[in-house]
Design a protein. Structure first.
Length: 300
């Protein structure tokens, strides 16, 4: 297949591109600068422009664009979070529709469901409250032009991706190694997680399965509580993680973002993936974390 990938320099995108090429696919990468390699094609999401030859003969588009949710929010930061997702999604969906590309896989987020507390949610569940949930609705709606043109559109609602090279784990490991780790708030909030190998495998699975479209939860079948997450991470790093960070402190540090990131409960399950026959490599959080944090084997 000939596949266009946007967001190819991110945590997930780098691995997706590498594995697609290892599997024999041809990949074109969209970049927001002058192309420096034969496989690069320039685009500018804010203006809605893409190099003319980028979509010639393309079989599928994978959009992984979006800046991190992490950090303290203000009005400017929230605008950037929205724009970094909605503008690329709209630009790519319009290009997919114009060029008749059969498939668009578009990144999305489990934040759609808001704070689920102890309730289990899947792709049949409705939208929750909050800034991120509303942003996800607009993000996914930006792909409608491709769907209306007859393309298969998959909305990949991803959870916390476990990787040693970035994401939340890279932020949590330093304080835990210093013995400063601990549960956030009461620790009963659920974390919907997925290992990076399963994330990439799921994307490849969705690329190949013509019968799957619409929202798909990319998360392991068994969410864990924040307290369990912290305990297992501390054990994996051989450090104590018994501290308790009160909600008031978390909110003082993160402001509005605290209740939508650190303190929110997302007890989501991957109903569509399971029904479609996808097999997870990692279903147990402890095993997944140990595998992710295991040092790579030296080259021989």
């Amino acid at each position: 297949m000939l596949i266009v990938v946007a967001g190819s320099t991110g945590l997930i995108g780098r691995t997706v591109v590498s594995e697609l090429r290892e599997a024999g696919h041809e990949v074109r990468r969209l970049v927001r600068r002058e192309p420096a390699a034969e496989d690069e094609h320039e685009w500018d999401p804010p203006s809605g422009t893409i190099a003319r030859d980028a979509f010639a003969g393309v079989d599928a588009v994978i959009n992984l664009c979006g800046s991190s949710f992490q950090g303290r929010w203000n009005a400017a930061r929230k605008r950037h979070i929205r724009a970094s997702r909605i503008e690329p999604a709209r630009t790519l969906a319009e290009a997919v529709a114009e060029h008749g590309v059969p498939t668009l896989l578009n990144a999305s987020s489990l934040s759609f469901y808001g704070n689920t507390r102890d309730d289990v949610v899947d792709e049949t569940s409705g939208q929750g409250p909050g800034f991120l949930a509303e942003m996800v609705v607009d993000w996914e709606a930006a792909t409608a032009v491709a769907r209306d043109a007859g393309s298969r559109v998959v909305l990949m609602r991803t959870g916390l991706v476990l990787s040693p090279d970035g994401g939340l784990l890279s932020l949590l490991r330093p304080p835990i190694r210093l013995g400063l780790g601990g549960r956030l708030g009461d620790g009963r909030q659920y974390v919907a997680w997925i290992s990076l190998p399963d994330e990439v495998a799921a994307i490849r699975f969705l690329l190949d399965d013509p019968d799957v479209s619409g929202p798909v939860n990319l998360c392991a079948p068994e969410p864990v509580t924040n307290a369990e997450f912290t305990r297992v991470l501390g054990r994996a790093l051989r450090r104590p993680a018994f501290l308790h960070v009160p909600k008031t402190v978390v909110r003082a540090l993160l402001g509005e973002a605290a209740d939508e990131l650190a303190l929110i409960s997302l007890r989501a399950v991957p109903r569509v993936l399971r029904d479609a026959g996808f097999t997870f490599r990692h279903t147990d959080f402890g095993t997944a974390l140990a595998d992710v944090l295991r040092p790579p084997m030296p080259d021989r």
